[in-house]
Design a protein around this ligand. Sequence first.
Ligand code: DNO
Length: 342
Amino acid sequence: MKMTFRWYGEKDSIPLNYIKQIPNMSGVVTAVYDVPVGEVWSEDKIARLHQLCREADLEMEVIESVPVHEDIKLGKPSRDRLIANYAQTIRNLGKFGVKCICYNFMPVFDWLRTNLKTEAADGSNSLSYNHEELMRLDPKNLHLPGWDESYSTDELNSLLESYSGISHEQLFENLVYFLNGIMPACDEAGINMAIHPDDPPWDMFGLPRIITSAESYDKLFSAVPNPHNGVTFCTGSLGAGRFNDLPDMAKKYASRIYFAHIRQLQYHGDMDFTEMGHLTSAGNLDIYAIVKGLVEAGFEGYVRPDHGRNIWGEDGKPGYGLYDRALGAAYLNGLFEAIEKN
Ligand code: DNO
């Protein structure tokens, strides 16, 4: 495995040399953030990021994310042009040594949480999700991190409206159409696509969500068998679904898992959860068994400690402070070393 760390580009408050100081850090997971969704990432912009990483002696082999335009998810006629642009971005990234692209296919919203600063008894805070609270929110007036807030209310209204005719099946077909359209560019550039699971893994505000479980993975790989069609195994997203057996999935899909996001959850009831520090003992997910499943099945992908808490007085971007993610990386390094040596 290669240990990595998410870095939000030049606007990230965490400097690259701090990331480099975390033991065993091979590189960063980053993105070009100032190109509108659907447009091609120019070589110049990619070169700039690549140069900054090189100067810090960090690799830039993983991109998270190249976002997918809503017209592609909706299967609109404009999708062919947008898919061609996406394929060009893949080719451009390939020229700079990128090996893996994380993306998602969630309609309109990316990850959803109801509280970004849930206080723990020890004074740390983290993200949490309460289903009833979420259901009371108005999707047309949401301000949550992690998804495109650039829509005006009118745009958001009409976007939500356009999904009213889109079933799970239709959305899945549109995903397959997209993947078939970009696989030749992946073959050419040697890049693996790694779809991120829907977070949390159930429908939201009546919008279909399709990457939620082992069944979704089976369906995805049988529809597009090209080995460049792979997944980001996000333990926190899949793990919110009590129906997912994560150690089992880690084992079963290891050869298609190109990227692992590893984090911990504490369950409340059937759907609610609070994000915790990474240790197995801190929550409901057996992080040890998940890593063991990956290692024993020959996993060779990238790993990053996912969402940490804010600790030691840090007021970091929710989920993306420095300290707890660094502790998470150290813990995961230890687990991997111990299991690999066994
Ligand atoms: C949240 C992240 C997601 C992820 C995208 C991938 O912390 O895991 O926002 O980057 O869903 O496209």
